[in-house]
Structure formats: structure tokens, C-alpha cells
Design a protein around this ligand. Structure first.
Ligand code: ADP
Ligand code: MG
Length: 323
């Protein structure tokens, strides 16, 4: 393109809230044949809400709604039995030191239910897996299957409950409890958070498909939840890369590009920054973190996924006219 055309394209972008960091980037965007979306905060609002709390009885069976294990099974209560409120209170206390959106939703959900959330005596963040904390002298784990397995608690009895919630597109988290006087942890329950898919996410995916662009999704969330969300926005479940650890996101984008694709990565989080940097074009959501915006080539000033299509279309149009 001529410098004049590039300037016009850049200006049209700016008017539409699409900021290209330079003319070379505007030119590069036309070659994008694959758009890789981060899930949380990019395709979804990133505002989690607590949706489900399930308590497990001493035999690791989910307790029917609202009941305690003792009340529903006819078995006398023992100190090992927890109610739904107990499960939520423990999880919220463990998560109160975490800034993760999943954690904030759990704490807010507990407070909304009028539960008193205590501060943990100790707290450890396990990136990509969950948290480990000491609450009232007991060890508490909140996170995914791997977190429990790595800490000697078998997540298998919760599998049916986990899968049911995940198929609904929710992020299900296991809660395990290791009482101070016990040396083995027990499964206490399952908690689920859900996020809302952005209104225009499906429209953006459809428009990209119409251009002949492949659309993929990458997330640290589990495969079942990720596929359920993908299906909702029209992304082929085959194109979902789930359970990708924060430090592995850029490798995942490099692997996609190693297939000969020219990828645009779209993300919002600190986690996404390295992936934005290695992508053919990195695009940050304007409401995202500064780290993501700095690493990106394009910033979308609105939070609208449709602006991803606009960015590419402006590049297509600018370069077509000048050939
Ligand atoms: P994402 O890329 O979707 O933001 P993360 O890489 O932060 O996901 O986390 C991956 C998974 O690890 C989550 O889906 C969840 O199962 C678990 N996890 C991470 N942080 C927490 C937390 N604070 N509490 C509970 N589970 C967590
Ligand atoms: Mg994100």
C-alpha cells in the first residue's frame, strides 16, 4: 500500500476504536487466516458468578439440594460431614486471598448468602490449578482435578457432578478438606462459577467464517467447559485448545503457526501477553490489562469481538484498493 493509503486505513481504524500500532501492522493483518480467541474476558464478559454448590457425603456422594449428608442419608452426622454452606464458607475463606475472577465470584457468592468469610491463616496460589490454604487450622484445596491429585485427594467420585456442570459451560471446582487431626484429605464438594458470553461473540465468529478465516479458542479452562462455550459462539469444538497453562499459551500459538497459518491472537489478560507477542498479529481488548495492550500490535478500544473483524476488514480494504 502507498503511505497515504496506510494512513487512511489507520485513521479509519481509529475512528472505529481499532488502534494499529503502525502502518506495517495494518498491512500484515490482511494475511491473517486464523483468529485465535482467548476465552475468558475476550469471548466472555470475564465476570464470573457463583452458580452451584454441591456438598458430598461421607461416601463421596453428592447430597441432594439443600440438605446435609446426615439429614438426607439417614446416617447420623459425624464431624466429617459438611453442608453446602460449610463447603462454600471453606472455599470462600481459602479464595479470599486470591485475585482470580473465579475466586472473587466464590467470595461474593458466599457473602451474598450471608456467610461469614474468614481470612485464611496461610495461602498459596497454584497458577492454572487453584489455591491451597489453611482455614481454621485445616488445609483446604479449591481447584481443578490436577490440584487435588497433586495433593493426594482422589477427584474421581465427583466426576459425574463435575461433568454435568461443565457440559453447561460452567467452570466447576473441587473443594477438598484436610482436617488438622487427619492426615488424608476428603472431597468436601464441588462449586461452579459461570461467565456470560459476550453478545456479539457469535456474530464475530460468523463474520470471520464468511471471510474464510478459521476461528480457534485457547483457554486454561477445562476441555468440556471450553467446548460448551465454543459451541455457543459457533467455534468448531475441534478448534478448541483447552487446559493450556498460562506459560504455555504462546507455545500453543506457535504450534498453530507452525502448521503454516498466519494467526491473529486476541486476548485480554497478563497470561495472554506472550501469546500476543508471538502471533502474526496480536490484538488486545482495550479493557484488558496494560501488559496485554503493551504486547499487542492492535488494541480494540471497545470490548466488542466484532471489532476483530473490523480490524482485518480495514486491512483487506486498504491493501486491495492500492494494488
Ligand atoms: P483462564 O485461562 O480461563 O483464565 P487459568 O489458567 O487461570 O484459566 O486457570 C485454569 C483452571 O485452574 C481454572 O479453570 C480452574 O479450574 C483452576 N483455577 C485457577 N485459579 C483458580 C482459583 N483461584 N480457584 C479455583 N480454581 C482455580
Ligand atoms: Mg482472559
Amino acid at each position: 500500500a502507498t503511505p497515504a493509503a496506510t494512513m487512511v486505513g489507520t485513521a479509519i481504524g481509529a475512528q472505529n476504536g481499532v488502534l494499529f500500532k503502525g502502518g506495517d501492522i495494518l498491512e500484515r493483518a490482511k494475511d491473517v487466516d486464523t483468529v485465535v480467541f482467548d476465552k475468558t474476558g475476550t469471548l466472555t464478559e470475564g465476570e464470573m458468578e457463583l452458580t452451584d454448590v454441591v456438598a458430598f457425603d461421607a461416601d463421596d456422594r453428592p447430597v441432594p439440594d439443600g440438605g446435609t449428608a446426615a439429614a438426607d442419608s439417614g446416617i447420623p452426622a459425624t464431624s466429617g460431614r459438611l453442608t453446602e454452606d460449610d463447603v462454600l464458607r471453606l472455599a470462600a475463606a481459602a479464595e479470599s486471598a486470591s485475585e482470580h475472577p473465579l475466586a472473587r465470584a466464590i467470595v461474593e457468592g458466599a457473602e451474598e448468602r450471608g456467610l461469614e468469610v474468614s481470612d485464611p491463616e496461610s495461602f498459596e496460589n497454584v497458577p492454572g490449578h487453584g489455591v491451597r490454604a489453611t482455614v481454621d487450622g485445616d488445609e483446604v484445596l479449591v481447584g481443578n482435578r490436577k490440584l487435588l491429585r497433586d495433593n493426594g485427594v482422589d477427584p474421581a467420585p465427583a466426576e459425574e457432578t463435575m461433568e454435568r456442570l461443565e457440559n453447561e459451560g460452567k467452570t466447576a471446582m473441587l473443594v477438598a478438606h484436610v482436617p488438622a487431626d487427619a492426615d488424608e484429605g476428603v472431597l468436601a464438594g464441588v462449586i461452579a462459577d459461570a461467565d456470560t458470553v459476550k453478545e456479539s461473540a457469535e456474530e464475530a465468529v460468523t463474520a470471520l467464517h464468511e471471510r474464510g478465516t478459521d476461528v480457534m479458542m485457547i483457554t486454561g479452562d477445562n476441555d468440556r467447559t471450553a467446548r460448551a462455550v465454543a459451541e455457543r459462539v459457533g467455534i468448531d469444538p475441534e478448534n478448541v485448545r483447552a487446559e493450556v497453562l498460562p506459560e504455555d499459551k504462546s507455545d500453543a500459538v506457535e504450534a498453530i503457526q507452525a502448521e503454516g497459518r498466519q494467526a491473529m491472537m486476541v486476548g485480554d489478560g497478563v497470561n495472554d501477553a506472550p501469546a500476543l507477542a508471538v502471533a502474526h498479529v496480536g490484538t488486545a481488548i482495550g479493557s484488558g490489562t496494560d501488559v496485554a495492550i503493551e504486547a499487542a500490535d492492535v488494541t480494540l478500544m471497545r470490548d466488542d469481538p466484532v471489532d476483530v473483524v473490523k480490524a482485518i476488514r480495514i486491512s483487506d480494504a486498504t491493501l486491495q484498493k492500492i494494488k
